[in-house]
Write a protein that binds this ligand. Structure first.
Ligand code: ZN
Length: 188
């Protein structure tokens, strides 16, 4: 297993829709193992294949909720059913989000409180998770990555402007920029 470099906003793989996984073979199994290791090293609560430069529809997640339940797994070719997010402005204490592909920053964003995930696991078995709260947010964030959408794309003024400023200042927003968990001092 290996920790993989994480692509930063501007790399085309992050801004294009990913392709369905056709077969769960050794290559996919190795990718998933590397993604778990990368997610844990970052550290992050989710990681989508495009973030490590692979345009396939799968993501890993790992999170412990307030009751101590441990959520950890991989979602291959996921479908996600959500209701529209509630109207109004996000509560910055409860609804701020970050991304390993826009590291070191957080912005408020409204998400649906509930999301129904249907996906395939590494054994090829289908599963379903009825997620609420933060887990629902993780699924929405990771699912967006598979459609080439970053959470920063969902922000509105003035946050969009701040994102553009940071992107310019740090030399992001172009192909081939990445960071290495455990090596570069950044966090999502
Ligand atoms: Zn992300």
């Amino acid at each position: 297993m290996a920790v993989l470099p994480i692509r930063i906003s501007g790399d085309p793989v992050l801004h294009s829709p990913a392709e369905p996984v056709e077969t769960i073979d050794d290559e996919v199994r190795r990718l998933v193992a590397d993604m778990f290791e990368t997610m844990d090293a970052a550290p992050g609560v989710g990681l989508a294949a495009p973030q490590v430069g692979v345009g396939l529809r799968l993501f890993t997640y790992g999170w412990v909720d307030e009751e101590g339940n441990r959520w950890r797994g991989v979602a291959i070719n996921p479908e996600l059913l959500i209701s529209p997010p509630p109207p109004g402005d996000p509560d910055l204490d409860e609804e701020s989000e970050g991304c390993l592909s826009f590291p070191g920053e957080r912005f408020g964003l409204r998400r649906a409180d509930r999301a129904l995930l249907r996906a395939t696991d590494l054994d090829g078995d289908e599963f379903e998770i009825d997620a609420h709260g933060w887990l629902a947010r993780i699924f929405q964030h990771e699912y967006d990555h598979l459609d080439g959408t970053l959470y920063t794309d969902r922000l509105s003024y003035p946050d969009r402007k701040i994102v553009a400023k940071i992107t310019k200042k740090l030399g992001w927003g172009r192909p081939g920029v990445s960071w290495m968990p455990g090596v570069d001092d950044l966090e999502g």
